[in-house]
Design a protein around this ligand. Structure first.
Ligand SMILES: [Zn+2]
Length: 123
């Protein structure tokens, strides 16, 4: 990189109508270089109505937790019934840390997780 033609100490003055310090966006024709300061035009995270902490729990692998879960299946007799259960975190990946509803067999929503202290001894 050459810094010969790039002012290094001049503050950018918005009232200065001189040439912009950086390449103007419409320099024309060339391939788009991309402006890292410009956010991509993607929509922000679509937030479900009740995100809950369940999917953002920082599971530690090979750890026993006491979790509270609730079935979210419509018309299930256990729907929205919060239950507590011991749960082993396996490899720590959320997709592998699930409690199935005993009625509809669908994965329940993990609401909270509390690390057991002390941890049960492993066999
Ligand atoms: Zn259910």
């Amino acid at each position: 990189m050459s810094d010969e033609d790039i002012p290094t100490t001049d503050p950018i003055d918005p009232t200065d109508d001189g040439a912009p310090p950086e390449t103007p966006p419409d320099s024309g024709g060339g391939p788009a270089v991309g402006d890292p300061a410009e956010p991509p035009p993607t929509t922000p995270d679509p937030t479900p109505e009740a995100p809950g902490p369940g999917d953002s729990i920082a599971w530690e692998p090979r750890t026993w937790y006491t979790v509270t879960v609730a079935c979210l299946t419509a018309n299930c007799s256990e729907e929205n019934v919060v239950k507590s259960a011991p749960l082993y975190s396996n490899d720590g990946k959320a997709k592998n840390i699930r409690v199935n509803c005993g009625v509809c067999r669908v994965d329940c929503k993990n609401l909270t997780a509390t690390k057991q202290d002390p941890q049960p001894e492993e066999e």
